[in-house]
Design a protein around this ligand. Structure first.
Ligand code: F6P
Length: 568
């Protein structure tokens, strides 16, 4: 395929289009009867079992998808990514989040320079700093140990760390490594989020970590200034040096903000925001909370999947297979959404994180060469832990729209509970649902079955389940830091594979810019109206009316700072 041609013009794409008709003739319940097919749709790697037999696909479909991957030069793109080529062409950058978790002796080049030593330099600095804070060798301005951390950041500087933090909690409870410590995340510029984060914290024992790749994100910088005010009004401006540190690629702005550059933890422009959890963005706050060694285990899990992704043949390559099947679901079967359904409360923040990884990466309208696409890319990702979701939106998934589902289960619970008189233990109860739901979706229930059960005729159509609804089952051995790293890397690379096939740039995010620049215009207007009484100008009728109403109705809100910052 020539670099400017569209993937949809290739024979492989057309072949898959034609193949849909054949797949439409077969119900999933019939495909599930073919044990050989099901057997070959199970894949095991490093303790993880993947079952994709409930995809609406045959072995023939897979072969056609492999041809598509070849036409899209997926292998070549993966290698180019690992080689540090500037595959993020619109920003002229390498895409090297894999270097963040590479072993110390690995060699990964960006612009002719091995970046691994720099990565480990920062990791060593984090190990040292977090140990000093946790041991009490680094204390706050009044000599007290810093036991609480507020990480200020948004988007990729928030969602990944929040996901891993939430997932690690149970393992950490068992080892007591987070005893007496708290990690909070301040993301929203909504003052309510500020107030909630500050509530119950003492500035004397709090460390604020400002996390921003650019150090220009409006919300993060306002929240950072608010936290600086919270610290300095309680402990004096000199306390900022002991109570605020930063993670950024822009160390110049960190210094201008007033944070000692020695207390700044760098990362690099070859790390995309949504791919940055394995950089200091995640590693620093998580090491402060749990200690570096547990976070290192998480990095090792991700690295194991990186090597698998780079080297496994496509038929045995988890991210490649899952990425191709997602393309099949979106571009050929026409399913626009994907549900991420972990049967694990510890994974409750997986879906919000993957939502950004996937939707910010693959929600694009043009090819990497700037050509408008005649096909849709990306999917609408959402999800909740099971079984909670079953009592919320599964109705639609079972009888309404078809939404391919990712079911994620864990073999061993870290928090087993056994009640004497129960039929099954609590984890078995949870997992009973994990095993049942994919079959309910695949097989459905026919009117004939219902009639045999003597269901009244007027209810038969209501109680019928069409089935034929695809899903994927991912079974993790446990939910330790290593497995969490594996899971993260599987999703990151799966998203990349989708983008490689769709021939888009999955590593830029121009779509977030327009709203930001319009907000700048509104911000100026709010300032001019409040401070100088200027009328609202330069907006369409609708926006002008809304802004005017907002200004008029909020004119009585007090503006004395000391009355508005909580807990000082
Ligand atoms: O880390 P930063 O530079 O503050 O950016 C935060 C987030 O903002 C975005 O640029 C989108 O607005 C994300 O890609 C990024 O993760």
């Amino acid at each position: 395929m020539a670099s400017s041609a569209l993937i949809s013009d290739t024979e492989s794409w057309k072949d898959l289009r034609a193949h849909v008709e054949e797949i439409n003739k077969t119900h999933l319940r019939d495909l599930m009867n073919n044990t050989n097919r099901c057997q070959s749709m199970m894949l095991e790697f490093d303790g993880i079992l993947i079952d994709y037999s409930r995809q609406r696909a045959t072995l023939d479909t897979l072969n056609k998808l492999f041809s598509l991957a070849e036409a899209a030069r997926v292998k070549e793109k993966i290698i180019r990514m690992f080689n540090g080529e500037h595959i993020n062409s619109t920003e002229n950058r390498s895409v090297l989040h894999v270097a963040l978790r590479a072993p110390r002796d690995a060699v990964i080049n960006s612009d002719g320079k091995n970046v691994v030593p720099e990565v480990w330099h920062v990791l060593d600095k984090i190990r040292d700093f977090s140990e000093r804070v946790r041991s009490g060798a680094w204390v706050g301005a009044t000599g007290k140990t810093l036991k609480d951390v507020v990480a200020v950041g948004i988007g990729g500087s928030f969602l990944g760390p929040l996901f891993v933090h939430t997932a690690l909690q149970t393992e950490a409870e068992a080892s007591k490594c987070a005893r007496g410590r708290q990690l909070r995340f301040l993301a929203n510029v909504d003052p309510i989020d500020v107030a909630r984060n500050i509530t119950g914290l003492n500035p004397e024992t709090t460390l604020v970590v400002v996390v921003s790749k650019t150090f220009t994100t409006a919300e993060t910088m306002l929240n950072a200034r608010t936290m600086r005010e919270w610290i300095s009004s309680a402990l004096g401006p000199q306390a900022v040096a002991k109570h605020m540190v930063a993670v950024s690629t822009n160390l110049k702005l960190v210094e201008q903000f007033g944070i000692d550059p020695n207390n700044a933890f760098a990362f690099w422009d070859w790390v995309g925001g949504r791919y940055s959890v394995c950089s200091a963005v995640g590693v620093l706050p998580l090491s402060l909370q749990y200690g570096f060694s547990i976070v290192e285990k998480f990095l090792k899990g991700a690295s194991s999947v990186d090597q698998h992704f780079l080297s496994a043949p496509f038929e045995k390559n988890i991210p490649v297979l899952l990425g191709l099947l997602s393309v099949w679901n979106v571009s050929f079967l026409g399913y626009p959404a994907r549900a991420i359904l972990p049967y694990s409360q510890a994974l409750e923040k997986l879906a919000p994180h993957i939502q950004q990884v996937s939707m910010e990466s693959n929600g694009k309208g043009v090819s990497i060469d700037g050509v408008p696409l005649p096909y849709q890319t990306g999917e609408i990702d959402f999800g909740e832990p099971g079984t909670n979701g079953q009592h919320s939106f599964y109705q639609l998934i079972h009888q309404g729209r078809v939404i391919p589902c990712d079911f994620i289960g864990v073999v061993k619970s870290q928090q087993p509970i056994y009640l004497k008189d129960e039929v099954v233990n609590n984890h078995d109860e949870l997992m009973s649902n994990f095993f049942a739901q994919p079959d309910a979706l695949a097989y459905g229930k026919t009117p004939e079955q219902l009639q045999k059960e003597n269901i009244p005729e007027h209810l038969v159509s209501h109680k019928t389940f069409s089935g034929n609804r695809p899903s994927l089952s991912i079974l993790l051995p446990s939910l330790n830091a290593y497995n969490i790293g594996q899971l993260l890397a599987i999703y990151e690379h799966r998203v990349a594979v989708q983008g490689f096939v769709w021939c888009i740039n999955s590593f830029d995010q121009w779509g977030v810019e327009l709203g930001k620049s319009l907000a700048t215009q509104v911000r100026k207007q709010l300032h001019a109206s409040r401070k100088k009484g200027e009328s609202v100008e330069g907006f369409n009728f609708s926006t002008k009316t809304l802004i005017t109403r907002y200004l008029e109705a909020s004119a009585d809100v007090p503006s004395d700072p000391s009355t508005l910052l909580p807990n000082i």
